[in-house]
Design a protein around this ligand. Structure first.
Ligand SMILES: O=C(O)CCC(=O)C(=O)O
Ligand SMILES: [Fe+2]
Length: 303
């Protein structure tokens, strides 16, 4: 276990060759103070407004993506995962138009990437607290790619760009990654670890010393997890917004979009199919609807 201090940069006018090389090799990179502390405060206020609006209107899903509710440290209901957050906030929507974010798409070269404001899950807010009633204290090992397979597409390169809104030094918990695993074959991508059920630290994992305002970028094929905080209650609070930078055909979601399988299906059930998956199927793209039909429909990413 170690932290990633060797790969921390400031974002200048544009990406440097060194930054691109580091990202290509490790599949992850960190930029310090991508936004200043005032902006972090503004974003937190915006998120609180969005959350109030969604709770008071009784919203359960945004564009077919379920909100994830929990009980906050003050005993009140709150939302621990919001999809398409920018749809409810001009400030956040404007942030997605920041030219520096668009430049990060160069990390996908030779593919052409775009900010997925209205695609996949859009701008996602993750809000973790370590309390008995929290639905979201940690997140088991996974890559972000099988979602493509569940949607019936081939895995396309993508970036997940995290804007961190709370200080999270390495010792406290937070994001852990297996650097370099974005270049693995498809078999390892699916089966290196048990999706979402495996929370065990890996001897080769690396973590981050995060300050509010820092940005991390990871390749969607990289194995990663979120380590539960070593603190409890308010001290454990971790808010991070994820921006997808994606490639491939434009597939916007809208109010009537259906809920995708990966939000319903017990992903750990992938394990049962470990032996039966065949390379020929994997290459064509899997039809997992049969598996979904076989299983209880429940939300899987709760840990
Ligand atoms: O909270 C994080 O930093 C990671 C979240 C994540 O990996 C996910 O939502 O897919
Ligand atoms: Fe992820």
């Amino acid at each position: 276990m170690s932290n990633i201090t060797n790969f921390i940069f400031q974002f200048g006018q544009s990406l440097t060759e060194e930054q691109k090389n580091i990202f290509n090799k490790y599949g992850v990179i960190q930029f310090k103070n991508f936004v200043d502390k005032e902006t972090v405060k503004d974003f937190i206020t915006e998120i609180q407004n969005v959350e109030e609006q969604l709770i008071s209107s009784g919203t359960q899903k945004v564009n077919g993506i379920p909100l994830k509710f929990g009980v906050n440290t003050d005993g009140r209901k709150f939302i621990q995962r919001i999809a398409f957050t920018s749809q409810y906030s001009k400030t956040l929507s404007n942030f997605l138009k920041d030219k520096r974010l668009a430049q990060l798409a160069e990390l996908l070269y030779p593919y052409e990437g775009r900010i997925g404001e209205n695609e996949k899950d859009g701008l996602v807010l993750n809000h973790y607290v370590n309390t008995p009633d929290s639905e979201y204290k940690q997140l088991g090992w996974h890559t972000d790619s099988p979602r493509d397979i569940f949607l019936g597409s081939r895995i396309m390169p993508m970036l997940n760009v995290g804007l961190h809104l709370d200080d999270y030094p390495f010792e406290k918990g937070g994001l852990r990654v297996l650097a370099g695993t974005h270049n693995q074959g498809l078999f390892k991508l699916l089966f290196r670890k048990k999706y979402f059920v495996d929370n065990d630290p890996d001897p080769k994992e690396i973590g981050f010393d995060i300050e509010a305002g820092d940005l991390t970028v990871h390749d969607g094929r990289l194995w990663h997890r979120v380590q539960r905080s070593s603190f409890f209650g308010d001290e454990s609070r971790r808010r991070v917004m994820y921006i997808p930078i994606i490639t491939g055909a434009y597939k916007p979601r809208h109010a009537n979009s259906p809920t995708p399988f990966y939000h319903k299906l017990a992903l750990p059930k992938l394990e049962q199919y470990r032996e039966t998956f065949r390379w020929s199927n994997l290459k064509k793209g899997l039809n997992l609807s049969r598996i979904a039909a076989d299983n209880d429909v429940r939300n899987t990413v709760n840990q």
